[in-house]
Ligand binder design. Sequence first.
Ligand code: ADP
Length: 483
Amino acid sequence: MSIRLRLTLLYSGILACTLVVFSVVLYVLVGRFTLHWQEQALAEEAAQILTQGEFRLTVIRTPQGKVAIPQTFVQTRDLSGQIVSRSINLGSYELPLSDKGLAALTSGQANGWLEIVRTDNGRLLIYSRTVVANGQTVGILQVARSLADLDRTLTTLRQYLVVGTIVSTITAFFVGWVLAGASLRPINRITQTAREIGQARDFSRRVEYEGPNDEIGALVTTLNEMLTELQAAYQQVEHALVAQRRFVADASHELRTPLTTLRGNVELLQREPPLPPEEQRAILQDVTVEIDRMIRLVRELLTLARADAGLRPRWEPVQLGPLLEDAVRQAQLLRPRPIVRALGTRDAVVLADRDLLRQVLLILLDNALKYTPEDGTVEAQVVVENGCAGIVVRDTGVGIDPAILPHIFDRFFRGDAARRGDGTGLGLAIAKSLVEAMRGEIRVASKPGEGSTFTVLLPLETSVGDGERGDAHRLVAAHRTLP
Ligand code: ADP
């Protein structure tokens, strides 16, 4: 059942119930009051009859007579209940008096007695009272009036009330139906638009509404806000998909190159007649270098894939001085060159994941050593600035062309100077992912021919939920041995 029908039935039902209750109360009250007035009028008439001069039980002249009011029937009885006289308008009809009434009146228990009896001409209201002469009860006076007029009025009232209730309810149903339809029309339009948006996946569309800012206005605003969010999320997913496709294409290209080289080298080794032993040794050395490169590439790809899946750093306070020493030592194992430790705030402590941060430092230090000639300098320093602390790695190496500077954090991006080297173009992309996972920032300043400065900054204090402290170790394990 539609909301429109339910609402309309509800209104009409409530209205019908109210009208029924009102009509019943009105009908009963009108009936009671009019009967009460009739009773009072009869009692007054009886009193009037008795006070009009000398009243004798046997003399009653009505309707034209002077003692009774027309349309009032009068009858007298003696104390035994026998009828003594009757008004002419009664014809042959005798006003009844119940035994109970007679007993109450003659015993003095009651002065007046009211009864309603049914006759062929409708209901009759009879008032009986005692007649007292010289202090003695001498008989009973009965006055009666037809209730036919009252009953007719009540019947008409009842008919009006029934018809009025039915007509009002039916009218209320139709008016309610139209009003409910008008109020629900914007909702139907919203449903229609939402359906069209869903079918066409056109999240740039908005629901149009020009009404007041009521409940429906609020619904439309919320829906449009939700569509804005959805559009942003959809675009993000689209961008992510494009990036992922490019990443997969780049990754397969990067893996194919060493594999092709390997295959060429293996074919050379299989050649008949065999190559001279020195050449074979050189080829095997190339093979080893390529295999190492592939291993590194695969490991880095794995690290990035895990970072993309969502990193949860294992937060702990990390003292930067000792961590830098550690990273410098490790970097020098691969490229044994001096690294100058400039004076800094060695005991600065950040909240970070120790292993992830060491990994970042290794990448930066390795790059600095890689892109700085033997006579250049590589310098590392702990710094504190604006509520953050971090490490600066400075070199006097080849520097970076401003044209490529915005791209060096892209995946598989390699500058000209790097093409001949052993890089994969993934180091800085990994460093950026890890630093961002730790809510930090990484920046670079560089001049070609003069050198580069990489800065990693992390908040000195940060509130991190317990749930975020786990899981980082899994990622760390994957790239601990880099590069
Ligand atoms: P790669 O494996 O090529 O070093 P990275 O992602 O670590 O990959 O670096 C991307 C590019 O940024 C490098 O190819 C290089 O051109 C440039 N680069 C990074 N660090 C330095 C540096 N210290 N000096 C000069 N160029 C650098």
